[in-house]
Write a protein that binds this ligand. Structure first.
Ligand SMILES: C[S@@+](CC[C@H](N)C(=O)[O-])C[C@H]1O[C@@H](n2cnc3c(N)ncnc32)[C@H](O)[C@@H]1O
Length: 240
């Protein structure tokens, strides 16, 4: 779903103290970017930040980084953050404009991220060749490992069964152990659950939401693919 360009977003983001247009400048120093020390959680493809805003407002002891490549949606996210914080100063959240394809330019091992949220990312379902663009693909997970602490977690939600199954395999390949999994998040009693914009759309359409939580194990499994994992050959049978 492509959003129409919104002229007002650039002007509002330009004066937003928690918007970062060039996150590469903070690589390796994200922990110093916040007033208070706390666990560091990153969201990739945050979109309009509906769940991000609520989560950050409810958890002032956690520092959040929410990244999207689209400045227009981040402009909407800023408004959602302001609404969720109800006039309180926003000092535990930064909105970052960046492409997760280039995550290694924005994060370094010194950042010691404790959790990554990926909600309703593009399944790139049309052609197997595109699967490596998925934000949960093995080659991305191997990059995330570099700046996640041991035992650091990936929280992944989707409406897409095939992507969910493929992601379980990607996680296994890249040294993550499954901690929690449900094929029906809203029937599972899992709490607290912060509902994102796309989650609400799928809920309203009656599509069950899938959630998994996986933790980084200290070592890679034997025979794990290298940094450039995810050849087309690897992909062919993944969703059977
Ligand atoms: C389907 S929307 C989901 C938004 C939100 N997470 C939600 O659940 O409502 C996917 C979002 O991911 C962003 N996105 C897609 N590819 C990205 C990438 N490589 N890096 C950062 N953001 C990306 C898009 O701009 C879009 O806002």
């Amino acid at each position: 779903m492509r959003m129409r360009r919104k002229k007002w977003t650039r002007a509002e983001l330009a004066v937003c103290p928690y918007y970062i247009d060039r996150p590469e400048g903070n690589r390796g120093r994200w922990r110093d970017a916040f007033e208070r020390e706390g666990p560091l959680y990153l969201e990739l493809g945050c979109g309009k930040g509906v769940s991000t805003a609520a989560m950050a407002a409810d958890n002032p002891g956690v520092n959040y980084l929410a990244m999207d490549l689209n400045a227009d949606v981040l402009g909407v996210a800023r408004r959602n953050v302001e609404a969720a914080f109800r006039g309180k100063q926003v000092n535990n959240l930064k909105l970052l404009r960046g492409n997760a394809e280039q995550i290694e330019y924005f994060f370094a091992p010194e950042d010691r991220v404790e959790r990554i949220y990926i909600n309703f990312c593009n399944p790139w379902a049309k052609r197997a060749k595109q699967h490596k663009r998925r934000l949960t693909h093995t080659r991305k997970l191997l990059k995330y490992r570099d700046f996640l602490v041991d035992d650091g977690e990936i929280w992944f939600k989707t409406d897409d069964d095939a992507l969910f199954n493929a992601t379980r395999r990607y996680l296994e390949e890249s040294g993550f152990a499954l901690r929690w999994l449900t094929w029906d998040l809203h029937g599972s009693g899992f709490t607290p659950n912060y509902v994102s914009e796309h989650e609400r759309l799928y809920m309203e359409a009656g599509v069950p939401i899938k959630l998994l939580i996986a933790a980084k194990e200290p070592g890679l499994p034997e025979g794990a693919p290298g940094e450039c994992a995810g050849s087309d050959g690897n992909e062919r049978n993944e969703e059977t």
